[in-house]
Design a binder for this molecule. Sequence first.
Ligand code: NAP
Length: 244
Amino acid sequence: MPKLALVTGANRGIGLGTARQLAAAGAHVLLAGRDGEAVTEAAKALQDDGLAVTPLVLDVTDPASIRSAAAEVEDGHGRLDILVNNAGIRVEEYGKQPSEQPVARWRETFDTNLFGLVEVTTAFLPLLRRSPAARIVNVSSLLGSLTTHTDPQSYVYSPMFKSLPAYSAAKSALNSWTVHLAYELRETPIKVNAVHPGYTRTGMNDGEGDLDVADGARSSVAMALLDHDGPTGTYTHEGETIPW
Ligand code: NAP
């Protein structure tokens, strides 16, 4: 039976690249997103390439949407093998000092990038527990690394990357949640890891970046397909450990 994978925020960007690669590796992928038309269209593009992909409406900030998506997966499949928590937003404007970002932006950022991710994970955990070897991948960022943020030699030690304090703090919190959940699940087959995709050319970066979407998806895909000897509770980019 093929592995069943769910990728959030998969209608475009790194999530779409991740869905494509997981399906190409033989998984049946639930391509999730908040906009029904967008997920249907994105899923169709992959289906036209012969890939096993099904659209799924899932807004990670909407508890009713999360419940209904989890019920749909339970009714249709009874389990989940891979959850890639990829959906994310960057709503802070570049060019501001950290203290100048409005609190409303902090709330919006945390609602999607942290609280949404936690709520999706806990809603799907019963289905992941039914898998013989489930994997949870939390898509973080290098901006979640406090060590990197305080290293004057890092490119993150710059006005541009210091203008996203809420985004960075939400990714640091996501890293902490990864460690906590990996601890809770340490005696189970479920592995929980955080990844930095790399600086990738997507809508989030207004098309700027070093990597294309296929390369940006590689870290998520590798952690989603870990075998039983693989690690849990880590924070990596393409297999290299990132300092917390
Ligand atoms: P992107 O192109 O802007 O795509 C973001 C995806 O998240 C879209 O599908 C978007 O859906 C979805 N999304 C946003 N809010 C959602 C919600 N409430 N419910 C469900 N889906 C939602 O961004 P990306 O660059 O691919 O980013 C993917 C992940 O990688 C994010 O977690 C980001 O923080 C992380 N990351 C990216 C980079 C980079 O350089 N690009 C670097 C480090 C980390 P809509 O189409 O409906 O808006």
